[in-house]
Design a protein around this ligand. Structure first.
Ligand code: DI6
Ligand code: FE
Length: 400
C-alpha cells in the first residue's frame, strides 16, 4: 500500500453526480489513503487530522477521475487495413468479402492465434489506453464464434489485468456474428449458449452482450441469449440500433440492461424506455466516423429524458480501429454535439455505471483512488484537443 498523502495545488473535476457539470473545485485538496479517496474539498477546509501527512503540490494541474473505456474489442488478432485500402480503391463489399475481408477474417485470425499471441497483441492496445489516463477497460469476446475461441479471448482479457495496472471488465459477445454455413438459431443453440455457460463456469464473464442488427441477430434471438444471462445471474448490454432500427434498445431496457450501445437509430420513444430502465446510452463516434454514418444518435431526446450518456472507443479492427478515448470524446462533441462536460461524464461517472461499477468514476470520499492528473487547467481541453494527450500522471488505486 502506498503511504497516505495529500495532494494540493490542484483543480478537481470531481464529476460527482450531485454536482452540476464538472463538479469543479478550485484550489482543491485530495487525501488518498490505502488506495481510497479519504477526503476531497477546498484546501482551506482540509481537516487538521491530515496536517501531518506527506504533501504533494500539483502546481495548478487539473485532476479528474481516471478515464473508463466502457466498450472495446481490444482482444483480437490481425487487422483489416487491407480491406480499408481495397474499399478506398473502389472495391465493392462483395469483392472485399471474396478477398477474405470483413468480420469473418478477424474470426479466422483470432481462432488461429495462440493465447500468448493474442495477449501480446492486446497489451500495446491496453497500454495506449492507460497512457491516456484510463484505469478501467471493458473487453468483449465475439471473434471466436466457437466455444474454444470465445473462452480463449476472455481468458486473455482477464490476463491483461494481471499484466498491467488496470481493471478489466469482460463481456461475453458470442452473439456477434453468425458463422458461415450456419443459421442464427442453430448457432445460438449449439455454440453461443453452451459457450456462455462454459465461460461463466470459469468465472470469465462480467456481463453478456449481443449485436442486434439486420446483419447479425434479431430481437427474438437476442432475447434467448439474455434469458440465459438472467438465469446465470449476469447483467446484459447490447449493440443496438447502430445501422437500423429493429427494437434492440427497447429489448435492452426490458431486460434492465446496463447499457445500450451505438443507438444512432434510436428514437425519442426509445430514450423514454432507456430512462425508465436506468440504462446508459453509450456513444461510439469512432464507428460512426469509420463507416461514414450520417444518422447521429438522438442526444437531445436522451437529455430531455435524463438518459445517462457514456462514450467509448469501440476499439475493433473493422468499424472502429480507434486507440484513443480522448479522441472519442472529441468526436462525441464534434460529430454528436455532446458538451465537453457530458463527454467527460461519459468516460468517468456514466462509463462506470455502464459497467455496473459503483466504486470509481467520480472523485468522492470512499471511491477508489483512480485519478488522472492533466497538464491543463480547463476540463473542456480534454475534449477540445484532437490527438493531443495532456496526461501528466495516473493514479491507480493510489499508486502512480
Ligand atoms: N458493431 C460494430 O460496429 C462491430 N461489431 C459490432 O457489433 C463491427 C466489428 C467488426 O467489423 O469487426
Ligand atoms: Fe462494439
Amino acid at each position: 500500500m502506498p503511504p497516505s498523502q495529500v495532494m494540493t495545488g490542484l483543480i478537481a473535476a470531481t464529476m460527482d453526480s450531485d454536482a452540476e457539470g464538472y463538479g469543479l473545485i478550485n484550489d482543491a485538496a485530495i487525501v488518498v489513503s490505502e488506495g481510497i479517496i479519504d477526503w476531497v474539498g477546498t484546501a482551506t477546509a482540509l481537516p487538521k487530522r491530515y496536517a501531518g501527512l506527506q504533501r504533494q503540490d500539483l502546481e495548478g494541474r487539473l485532476v479528474t477521475p481516471a478515464l473508463i473505456d466502457c466498450h472495446t474489442h481490444i482482444v483480437h488478432s490481425g487487422n483489416r487495413a487491407r480491406e480499408f485500402e481495397m474499399r478506398l480503391n473502389g472495391a465493392s463489399y462483395e469483392e472485399v468479402a471474396r478477398a477474405g475481408g470483413g468480420i469473418i477474417s478477424t474470426v479466422t485470425a483470432t481462432r488461429s492465434a495462440t493465447e500468448e499471441a493474442l495477449l501480446a497483441s492486446a497489451l500495446p492496445r491496453i497500454d495506449a489506453l492507460i497512457a491516456q489516463g484510463v484505469s478501467v477497460v471493458e473487453v468483449k469476446s465475439g471473434y471466436g464464434l466457437d466455444v474454444k475461441t470465445e473462452l480463449k479471448m476472455l481468458r486473455v482479457a482477464r490476463q491483461l489485468e494481471q499484466q498491467r495496472p488496470v481493471r478489466v471488465v469482460t463481456s461475453f459477445l458470442g452473439a456477434h456474428a453468425v458463422p458461415a454455413g450456419m443459421g442464427a438459431n442453430a448457432y445460438i443453440d449449439t455454440i453461443c449458449l453452451p459457450a456462455l455457460e462454459a465461460a461463466h463456469a470459469e468465472g470469465l464473464v462480467d456481463a453478456v452482450d449481443g449485436f442486434c442488427e439486420g446483419i447479425a441477430f434479431d430481437t427474438a434471438q437476442i432475447a434467448r441469449v439474455f434469458d440465459k444471462a438472467r438465469a446465470l445471474g449476469l447483467p446484459v448490454k447490447l449493440h443496438a440500433e447502430q445501422l437500423s432500427h429493429i427494437g434492440g434498445t427497447a429489448l435492452a431496457a426490458q431486460y434492465g440492461a446496463l447499457s445500450a450501445d451505438h443507438v444512432e437509430y434510436a428514437t425519442p420513444a426509445d430514450a423514454a424506455v432507456l430512462a425508465a430502465a436506468g440504462t446508459v446510452a453509450v456513444m461510439l463516434p469512432g464507428a460512426f466516423y469509420t463507416i461514414h454514418e450520417t444518422q447521429a444518435p438522438p442526444l437531445q431526446a436522451f437529455r430531455d429524458h435524463g438518459v445517462p450518456m457514456a462514450v467509448g472507443t469501440d476499439w475493433n479492427p473493422g468499424s472502429s480501429p480507434m486507440g484513443s478515448l480522448l479522441l472519442a470524446m472529441n468526436m462525441a462533441c464534434t460529430l454528436f454535439r455532446m458538451t465537453p462536460a457530458e463527454a467527460l461524464a461519459g468516460t468517468t461517472r456514466n462509463a462506470a455505471r455502464a459497467l455496473g461499477l459503483t466504486d470509481c468514476g467520480v472523485i468522492a470520499e470512499g471511491m477508489r483512488a483512480d485519478l488522472a492528473i492533466w497538464n491543463i487547467s480547463d476540463p473542456a481541453e480534454l475534449s477540445y484537443g484532437i490527438g493531443i494527450n495532456p496526461l501528466h500522471a495516473r493514479l491507480f488505486g493510489g499508486v502512480v
